[in-house]
Design a protein around this ligand. Sequence first.
Ligand SMILES: [Zn+2]
Ligand SMILES: [Zn+2]
Length: 126
Amino acid sequence: MYKTKTKELVYNIIKESENPISALEILKLLKSKNKDLHKTTIYRTLDKLLDMELINKVSSISGVVFYESLDEHHIHVECITCNTVECVNDQEIEKKLYEIESLIKLRGFKVEQEDFNFQGVCKSCN
Ligand SMILES: [Zn+2]
Ligand SMILES: [Zn+2]
């Protein structure tokens, strides 16, 4: 029962977050809701959610791993100054990404993770 609740809590935070969120940010948010969970518990929960294919991992050049709820194909822009990652959703991008994936599949390659990241400086850091 307790485990399920933690999973739901973490999943809802990720789902409600506008942009991909890091484990530390999830911890902070849980703390503000008076749920003081151990780091290990968070990472274990995140692994479970990844296994269940409910969330996606987004890596960044800063080394921070972000999480987001599984969504349509899209790309990410990463700010090298404030280390935030934002999603860029667009129908044309989505279509193109499906095409790219199909081409890769046609070559007999099984895609397990895809990660399109652009690095640069965000609006607020510019
Ligand atoms: Zn920035
Ligand atoms: Zn995203």
